[in-house]
Design a protein around this ligand. Structure first.
Ligand code: ZN
Length: 97
């Protein structure tokens, strides 16, 4: 008799750091975060939820992605070599005699 139960895919299973007994499962939850003074809700956000204590571990890459979206300074690290609009404006065509 062994305590080991057949785990279907050990790579996708993570032991809960909170209760050390549950297993984290990937679920789609609604993520709440504050952007300045506004509450932002993100539906269908990937998170790892413990099946015993209910602890939530948000998917790290998804959080980084979300912060990049919400943080207006995130995209300003690169030098502004792309000017929107200015150089791409079409010249008015004058009819020549
Ligand atoms: Zn747990």
């Amino acid at each position: 008799m062994t305590e080991e139960t057949a785990s279907p895919d050990p790579k996708t299973l993570a032991l809960c750091p909170e209760c050390q007994a549950g297993v984290l499962h990937l679920q789609q939850i609604t993520y709440f975060t504050w952007l300045n003074s506004e509450l932002v809700t993100v539906p269908n956000f990937p998170a790892w939820v413990c099946d015993v204590c209910g602890r939530r571990e948000y998917d790290e890459r998804a959080v980084i992605w979300l912060n990049t979206l919400l943080n207006p300074d995130a995209g300003r690290r690169l030098p502004a070599h792309r000017r929107p609009g200015r150089s791409a404006r079409p010249r008015p065509v004058r009819p020549q005699p």
